[in-house]
Design a protein around this ligand. Structure first.
Ligand code: NZQ
Ligand code: ZN
Length: 391
């Protein structure tokens, strides 16, 4: 077990009707003037936004709105939000939505606390981030885990780049999670979410030589829970108990708990972000499309084969055969599971039917920052190896 720091400061407010506590929560964390950030309209249509704003008004809080956040959220809208937040002298940013709204809220918070800096310079760490505004979240989709994570991801449309920033300032003060709110989700988004939740733990699991029994057991239990309940919520998004399990797994999968003692890899996410930047595909789908190829490229490396075999055994109950056999079966079962959710498991199925060689090279260069960084802690992946996996 390696050295680690575990810091998960977000207050979780979980359960039915908890969105009505949004005003009290904002007040508790010192907010008086609130910018409410939401997406393309689902929160408005369901009446959620009205309920959240009523709870802000009930506590005597002033608020304004920033709507229109798109999936794969754009820098330009976040910049608009910064302007608005500065003008209204917001002291709290409240996201109502999924990863895209929460990440935009985080970006607005960083920008509004540092209005003299360009937001993309903060994002790309050209200027250090030393202060931000407090952010809270009312979660409507179990997926990205942004409600408890230290990260946020934006797309800079002008340069076609999707990039994330990790900082303690990205931690939400509170996360309100009512599984009922996810009942209106389209099936495709549920499947993307289930995939992303699994990937956040799997990208922390396939780490060479790691011996962390407790962390492994948490990770494997989380994956089994998602595999059991994912199909249930896909079948019936109003299944409260199943959605509650998925929502809780979504937060635990990305709040740092499943990396204690070994850290993380997140190379598949780099492949996915390059795909989303170029083709604007949903995040979870981009990961499902790549993971199988990534795993087949990596699993038989000496230091990690046993982990793939353990994964097959603990997560999928595959106990027969050599490490090699169990490992490959585990990979196949995982890919088949993504498929059963309706997720793409190749670029072809991701609706990128005929990427040219040049396209694949460009993706590989983007994912590896122009071949200046090596991805993965297993086999080191430069632009050439990444290209082979995309192929
Ligand atoms: O915009 P609206 O109208 O709300 O519709 C959204 C959107 O179309 C819809 N939706 C959300 N809740 C709904 C709903 N529709 C009906 N009923 C509801 N209750 O779902 C669509 C997707 O929403 P989005 O917020 O984009 O989903 P998700 O939570 O998957 O977020 C994806 C973004 O988060 C980033 C991804 O890269 C992507 O940009 N990630 C953020 C992370 C983080 N901050 O820690 C980690 C992740 O690895 C990920 O990279
Ligand atoms: Zn993700």
């Amino acid at each position: 077990m390696d050295q680690f720091i575990q810091y998960t400061p977000t207050e979780v407010v979980f359960g039915k009707e908890t969105e009505n506590q949004a005003g009290a929560e904002v007040k508790k964390w010192g907010g008086t003037k609130v910018l409410v950030v939401y997406g393309g309209g689902s929160a408005k249509r369901s009446g959620l936004l009205d309920r959240v704003e009523a709870s802000l008004a009930k506590e005597g809080l002033a608020f304004e709105e920033l709507g229109g956040v798109k999936p794969n959220p754009r820098l330009a809208l976040a910049e608009e939000g910064v302007k608005k937040a500065v003008e209204m002298q917001a002291d709290f940013i409240l996201a109502v939505g999924g990863g895209s709204s929460i990440d935009t809220a985080k970006a607005v918070a960083h920008g509004a606390a540092n209005p003299e800096e360009a937001l993309w310079d903060i994002w790309t760490k050209k200027v250090p981030l030393t202060k931000s505004l407090p952010v809270g979240a009312v979660l409507t989709i179990p997926a990205a885990g942004s409600e408890m994570s230290d990260s946020a991801v934006l797309t800079n449309e002008a340069i076609g780049k999707k990039a994330g920033i990790n900082t303690p300032f990205n931690r939400c003060k509170f996360a309100i999670m009512n599984p009922e709110l996810a009942a209106t989700l389209p099936k495709y988004q549920i499947a993307c979410g289930v995939t992303d939740i699994m990937m956040h733990t799997m990208e922390r699991y396939f780490i060479p030589e790691s011996q962390c029994e407790m962390t492994d057991e948490i990770a494997e239990g989380l994956l089994r829970t998602v595999i059991k309940n994912g199909p249930k919520v896909l079948e019936n998004p109003s299944d409260y108990n199943a959605m509650a399990e998925i929502m809780w797994c979504g937060s635990l999968s990305h709040n740092g708990l499943t990396e204690c003692g070994r850290g993380k890899d997140f190379s598949v996410h780099k492949f996915g972000h390059a795909l989303s930047a170029k083709y604007d595909v949903a995040h979870g789908a981009s990961l499902a499309a790549v993971w199988g190829a990534w795993a087949k490229y990596q699993y038989d490396e000496e230091t990690v084969l046993w982990r793939f075999a353990r994964f097959a055994e603990k997560v999928w109950g595959i106990t027969e055969g050599s490490d090699h056999k169990r490992a490959t079966e585990g990979i196949e079962r995982t890919v088949a599971f993504f498929h059963s959710l309706g997720m793409p498991t190749s670029l072809h199925e991701l609706d990128i039917p005929n990427p040219s060689d040049e396209d694949l090279r460009a993706l590989s260069m983007d994912a590896t920052q122009q071949d200046t960084v090596k991805l993965s802690r297993i086999r080191k992946l430069g632009a050439q190896e990444v290209y082979e996996i995309y192929q």
